[in-house]
Design a protein around this ligand. Structure first.
Ligand code: PMP
Length: 399
């Protein structure tokens, strides 16, 4: 008897149809393996490129001190954690990192998650149910959107960074529990949430506030603890989620909160309860990253010098660039335009990935420039020079 060949499989047809649709819409993506560590310069298929696409804002991802901490952690704890935290996957390294993050974030309690994605899913689905209402900024990260859906709460999307609109929506949407969720720095736009006003609106309406500090941790605040620190709102925000994967150069995430909420999450957040915990060596490396952020403000200062320099240069090119974060969007419109612009930059040795739907709304495809403290002045000048040569229609460019 002859088994059916691959062409007979119905699932291949599903995949082919959808992939063709993606190709047609200019949304087909390809993986590009690095053959070097993450850094300001990387090599892809033998080509050396200046990298403006990573979230490694402080250049810590390949820092030898983090590498050494991970090696020491590997020798001490082995590779895999072996089980979820609640079974036998807890360790001194997990506990030590949580205690250190609690001090860094000035929080009552900190609970680790396996990724930022898992944290937002776990937090939202643990705290909210069908009788509740979650208010979510229109430009929140996909992990918040998916967490809202998974919670089965009623989801009310409020206009981006608009506390007055949120105020009205809170007035007209009662519920058992109400929670507002926002990115601190919006991942594809680089702007900041109006946290002062959001805190005030939430307090007035008796709603809880979840702030995703994925891109703010290590970047903002006098000690690098984030936007809540910068605005003195650390004790005003119920849940401050942060990642270890961006400025801290590692992997994983955490929530800084109060004791009872942390304990409830520890029991109910399914992405934590039902998933193997982080490898302890990663926790050891993250501890070293937090130590560096706390003790060495110089790299944060370098990052901010780079931000100011690039923002100034972009404004000279007619881009309305802000100085709110290391993320600079250059919005070009249709996906093809962003892909073409990225290709032209690539020809000049610059890696600036185009960002397309579903990551950003249709018609707002863009180049997303992400800066690091490890970029030199020469890297920034090379980028500005290449951008000035791009034949884009400046009237449609926004940052
Ligand atoms: N929140 C925001 C705002 C993000 O940008 C990201 C990652 N891009 C995440 C959460 C998810 O974090 P992780 O990559 O650790 O899953």
């Amino acid at each position: 008897m002859k088994l059916p060949g691959p062409s007979a499989r119905v699932s291949d047809t599903w995949a082919q149809q959808e992939l063709e649709a993606l190709t047609h819409a200019g949304l087909r993506r390809f993986l590009e393996p690095l053959s070097t560590p993450q850094g300001a310069e990387v090599v892809i298929r033998g080509e050396r490129l200046v990298n403006f696409s990573a979230n490694d804002y402080l250049g810590l991802a390949a820092d030898p001190r983090l590498v050494q901490a991970a090696i020491d952690g590997l020798h001490r704890h082995g590779v895999g954690s072996g089980a979820s935290r609640l079974v036998v996957g807890d360790s001194d390294a997990h506990r030590g990192l949580e205690a250190q993050l609690a001090r860094f974030k000035r929080a009552d309690a900190v609970l680790l998650f396996n990724s930022g994605y898992a944290a937002n899913l776990g937090i939202l689905s643990a705290l909210l149910g069908p009788e509740d209402v979650v208010f979510s900024d229109a430009l929140n990260h996909a992990s918040i959107i998916d967490g809202c859906r998974l919670s089965r709460a009623r989801v009310v999307v409020y206009p981006h960074a608009d506390p007055a609109a949120l105020d009205r929506l809170l007035s007209s949407h009662p519920g058992r529990r109400r929670l507002v969720a926002t990115d601190a720095i919006f991942s594809m736009d680089g702007d900041r949430a109006p946290l002062d006003a959001l805190v005030e609106v939430c307090r007035r309406h008796g709603a809880a506030l979840l702030v995703d500090e994925a891109h703010a941790t290590g970047v903002l605040g006098p000690r690098g603890a984030g936007l809540c620190e910068e605005l003195g709102l650390e004790s005003e925000v119920d849940l401050r989620m942060g990642t270890l994967s961006k400025a801290l150069g590692c992997f994983g995430a955490f929530v800084a909160t109060r004791g009872p909420l942390a304990e409830l999450l520890f029991h109910r957040a399914r992405s934590l309860v039902f998933s193997t915990s982080l490898p302890p060596a990663i926790c050891a490396a993250a501890s070293e990253a937090v130590r560096i952020v706390e003790e060495e403000p110089a790299s944060r200062e370098t990052l901010w010098r780079n931000i100011r320099y690039l923002a100034h240069g972009l404004r000279e090119l007619g881009v309305d660039a802000q100085e709110s974060s290391p993320i600079f969007p250059v919005v070009l419109g249709e996906a093809e335009r962003a892909v073409e612009a990225a290709r032209l930059l690539r020809e000049q040795g610059l890696l600036v990935k185009p960002i397309r739907p579903p990551t950003v709304p249709a018609g707002s495809s863009r180049l997303r420039i992400a800066l690091s403290a490890s970029h030199t002045g020469a890297h920034l000048d090379q980028l500005l020079e290449a951008l000035s040569g791009l034949q884009w229609d400046r009237r449609h460019v926004a940052a």
